[in-house]
Design a protein around this ligand. Structure first.
Ligand SMILES: *Cc1c(COP(=O)(O)O)cnc(C)c1O
Length: 385
């Protein structure tokens, strides 16, 4: 029987050095033995020990670990999640290309599709990911190059059906799996072509590494590498080191944080000052069955909708003793943010409305504090309203 992902998170991404911690290779450049040798290094695919924009041994160790966890032939890291997303899009799309993306995709991804992509003549059709068949119906054969999905989505935690995505032929299917982490779900097992993460979040897990990563079949990942080596959203070996260290404890962190998140979300469901609570593993979630089918963990993030507007949210968060007001998620500290005025600020109000990013919506990322302390703190902050 294959090892469980929690075991692979410990065993994967080891080099031959026998060091139990990854070695840091901070150098940007390696010496060649001869001019002929320099040419070999300069022209090799993902050339090792040449120049760190092409590859770096510390980064390679992180990539190997992610490839193993995702069940992929190959992985490639970037300087951020957005570095990964923009590189994948520009590696495969040209003027006149078409993309199908879900309408509630990550804010900066949406801005990239509506801004630079549109300017370059790459057109996007946005679809509702909760409607069966919506992605396939929007594909234009011969013109659609990519289908972009994100599950669970941020901040409303909708679930996109991975099996349906995997069945799409023609364009490459890409799933942003950041909220789930490689331990929470494996999109490639459903036939998806590329899985993508902002490793800045749960994988790194300590708010000290900005990093992105993709994984899939070797040919596809090599094609993205050939573009990204010019794009230059290259990962720092320091961040790869921190992310690999974070990955080693991802299993226990997820077990703790996911259990806490579900416990806290449950405790808020019937509260009189809360209109709704969204977490994929709550029985009340509209796609609860699908979430249970394709996810091993429900996630560390949940959203609550307060009965009230921005000022009620402002009072509530000022009453919180433990949670920090910050974006991002997956770290040790519990965080709270108001998406409409932070992660999604700048989007037109009708767009926010259709995405369910209302004035009363708050997103929590549950950290590693004691769950009872967090329940008490959130409930006292509500009682004080
Ligand atoms: C944070 C995030 C990104 C972007 O990642 P960065 O590392 O901040 O560039 C992309 N997708 C999702 C779902 C995210 O949460």
């Amino acid at each position: 029987m294959p090892d469980k992902p929690e075991t692979s998170a410990i065993t994967a991404g080891r080099d031959a050095s026998r060091s139990l911690a990854p070695a840091l290779w901070p150098n940007t450049v390696w010496e060649s033995e001869s001019l002929t040798d320099a040419t070999r290094r300069a022209t090799g695919l993902r050339s090792e020990t040449f120049y760190s924009r092409f590859s770096n041994p510390t980064v390679t160790q992180f990539e190997d670990a992610i490839a193993t966890l995702e069940g992929a032939e190959s992985a490639l890291a970037f300087g951020s999640g957005m570095g990964a997303i923009s590189s994948v899009i520009l590696a495969f799309c040209s003027q006149g290309s078409h993309i199908v993306a879900q309408n509630n995709i990550y804010g900066a991804t949406l801005s990239f599709l509506l801004g630079p992509c549109k300017r370059l003549g790459i057109e996007t059709t946005f679809v509702d990911p909760t409607v069966a068949g919506s992605f396939a119906a929007a594909v234009q054969p011969g013109r659609t190059m990519l289908v972009l999905a994100e599950t669970p989505s941020n901040p409303r935690l909708s679930i996109t059906n991975l099996e349906e995505l995997g069945a799409i032929n023609g364009p490459f299917t890409v799933v942003d799996s950041t909220l789930s982490t490689p331990l929470g779900q494996r999109p490639l097992d459903f036939g998806v072509d590329i899985v993508l993460h902002s490793a800045t979040k749960g994988i790194g897990g300590h708010n000290d590494a900005l990093l992105g990563v993709i994984a899939g079949e070797k040919d596809l990942i090599d094609a993205v590498w050939a573009y990204s080596v010019m794009h230059g959203a290259s990962p720092s070996p320091h961040d790869a080191l921190n992310a690999l260290r974070g990955l080693r404890t991802l299993g226990v962190r997820l077990q703790h944080q996911n259990t806490s998140a579900l416990t806290i979300a449950r405790s808020l469901e019937t509260h009189s000052k809360i209109a709704s609570v969204q977490h994929p593993f709550l029985e009340s979630h509209a796609q609860h069955d699908l979430a249970r089918q394709q996810m091993r963990y429900g996630g560390t993030v949940f959203a609550i909708e307060l009965d009230g507007d921005f000022s009620v949210c402002e009072s509530f968060v000022s009453n919180l003793r433990i949670a920090h007001i910050a974006t991002s998620f997956g770290g040790p500290e519990t965080l709270v943010c108001h998406p409409a005025t932070s992660t999604h600020v700048g989007l037109p109000s009708d767009e926010l409305e259709s995405l369910g990013v209302t004035a009363g919506l708050l997103r929590f990322s549950i950290g590693l504090e004691d769950a009872d302390d967090l329940v008490d703190d959130i409930h006292q902050a509500l009682a004080a309203l």
